[in-house]
Design a protein around this ligand. Structure first.
Ligand SMILES: [Fe+2]
Length: 195
């Protein structure tokens, strides 16, 4: 494994989680559905903890958690763009539209989050010694939560869009009711909603 790229992954992941806090805070300004607000309030708290987990992991691997590589600056920019997009939607005076934009922004943010943690899991398997222990502990603490953040919000995004179209919608989405935690379960939940 290439140590420099592992460092890049961990630092980008940390910057992305920091951006995730701002994304959730803004998304909560847009959310109107009470169940969605409850879900995102929980995810916001979990995301704050992910920052702590990644900070600990960086320190354990002798990395400076404050270092901003060029890649980190791009990640930070992307996160801010999502916040700006939601602010634009809020300013447009269409609350239902802003809620949809927030769902899409959270899905975009959680897609990278999810990918980051999958990669961290692969690195944990490939690493050795203290680094392997630190990476695995971080992965074990966070991975299930990241699955929920992505798959459940994708469900909310789909169902709220359907509702906005005047089509039958299942709210809260089946992904949430069925406690979906992986892509296979998400596909089954989505498929079963039509039956
Ligand atoms: Fe997340």
């Amino acid at each position: 494994m290439i140590a420099l790229q592992l460092k890049e992954l961990l630092l980008q992941s940390l910057v992305h989680e920091r951006g995730g806090v701002l994304v959730y805070q803004t998304a909560l300004e847009c959310a109107r559905n009470d169940d969605l607000r409850d879900e995102w309030t929980e995810y916001l708290e979990q995301t704050k903890n992910h920052i702590a987990v990644l900070t600990r992991t960086c320190v354990a691997l002798d990395l400076d958690p404050g270092e901003m590589t060029p890649g980190c600056q791009v990640v930070q920019h992307t996160g801010k763009s999502l916040v700006v997009a939601m602010k634009m939607a809020l300013a447009a005076g269409d609350p239902a539209g802003a809620e949809l934009v927030a769902c899409e922004c959270v899905v975009l943010a959680e897609t990278k989050d999810h990918a980051d943690w999958e990669l961290i899991g692969e690195c944990a398997k490939a690493a050795e010694g203290a680094a392997a222990t630190a990476l695995q502990a971080a992965y074990d603490e966070v991975e299930d939560q990241e699955d929920e953040h992505l798959y459940h919000t994708k469900g909310w995004c789909r169902e709220l869009w359907l509702q906005s179209l005047g089509l039958p919608a299942v709210l809260p989405p089946p992904e949430e009711k069925q406690h979906v935690t992986n892509a296979v379960e998400a596909a089954v939940a989505k498929d079963n909603r039509r039956n």
